[in-house]
Design a protein around this ligand. Structure first.
Ligand SMILES: Nc1ncnc2c1ncn2[C@@H]1O[C@H](COP(=O)(O)OP(=O)(O)OP(=O)(O)O)[C@@H](O)[C@H]1O
Ligand SMILES: [Mg+2]
Length: 249
């Protein structure tokens, strides 16, 4: 395993290229269960026919786990959006169409969205009353069993040279409601400071999916609380202020 070609550095993760293989290496303090869960999710998604990098191997080297997958040539949608003459409208359309196409799939053995969210609400830094309200709100939300990526954002999509999109990073995948997945993507644009992008995204998602904005908005406090257990202090405060300002069910 050659680790001299770094592609991306993240908090507690580094992504390397070794020929036609991609190595996602996790820091020693990263939960082994989380690494295995990410690899398992990705393998399950591979079986649905959605285009994802094929998992080749799981490795543990000096206490550091790594997922080895096929390296995908191309540019991420984020890179394409950042290019000087980017056609943002067309790219956003493609982005939304792709997310909706994922929501057409089922994957019965994938983790359940509501189970994940209940666990994340339980872990988040809110008082017991607030958490109780969020658990109740979640309980009342409609149940669905469609594949949701859970971290659907432009940096997680590679457009290959033949134009086919390949979707990365399935650590947050679950089977659940597409409206919750859309609420998550909306919040991700916000957290990235892309407020206009967030509005454009939501308008387009609702127009194309037939899901109303009100239905997506109902998921926002739940999704914000669930997301707050990840990320830095500033993000956490922002997400929790979002939760606190929401109406109670
Ligand atoms: N199989 C692959 N082929 C080519 N590039 C890859 C592959 N996997 C990851 N990358 C590159 O590494 C970057 C980070 O990978 P990935 O999204 O899996 O990690 P992450 O820690 O979850 O990142 P983020 O939090 O930004 O989503 C991607 O945006 C992409 O540029
Ligand atoms: Mg990613």
């Amino acid at each position: 395993m050659k680790l001299d070609r770094v592609i991306a550095v993240r908090n507690r993760k580094t992504v390397f290229r070794d020929g036609d293989r991609c190595i996602k290496m996790f820091s020693p303090d990263y939960s082994k269960a989380d690494v295995l869960n990410e690899a398992l999710n990705q393998s399950r998604i591979e079986e649905t026919g959605i285009c994802v990098p094929e998992i080749l191997e799981l490795v543990c080297q000096d206490g550091q786990w790594a997922i080895v997958s096929r390296f995908i040539e191309g540019k991420t949608m984020q890179q394409l959006m950042n290019e000087p003459n980017a056609d943002l409208k067309t790219l956003m359309e493609r982005f939304v169409n792709l997310q909706i196409s994922i929501h057409q799939h089922t994957c019965p053995l994938l983790n359940r969205q509501k189970d994940r969210m209940n666990m994340q609400i339980y872990q988040c830094n809110l008082d017991a009353t607030m958490r109780y309200h969020l658990h109740s709100r979640l309980d009342m939300m409609p149940r669905q069993n469609l594949v949701c990526h859970g971290d659907f954002r432009p940096s997680n999509i590679i457009i290959q040279e033949n134009g086919t999109p390949c979707i990365l990073d399935w650590s947050h995948a679950s089977q659940g409601h597409p409206a919750a997945d859309a609420a998550r993507t909306y919040l991700l644009f916000w957290l990235d400071g892309k407020i206009t992008g967030a509005q454009n995204y939501l308008n387009l998602f609702c127009e194309k999916s037939g899901i109303t904005k009100a239905d997506v908005e109902k998921w926002m406090p739940i999704v914000a609380a669930a997301r707050s257990i990840k990320g830095n202090e500033k993000e956490r405060e922002f997400l929790l202020s979002w939760v606190r300002s929401a109406d109670r069910p």
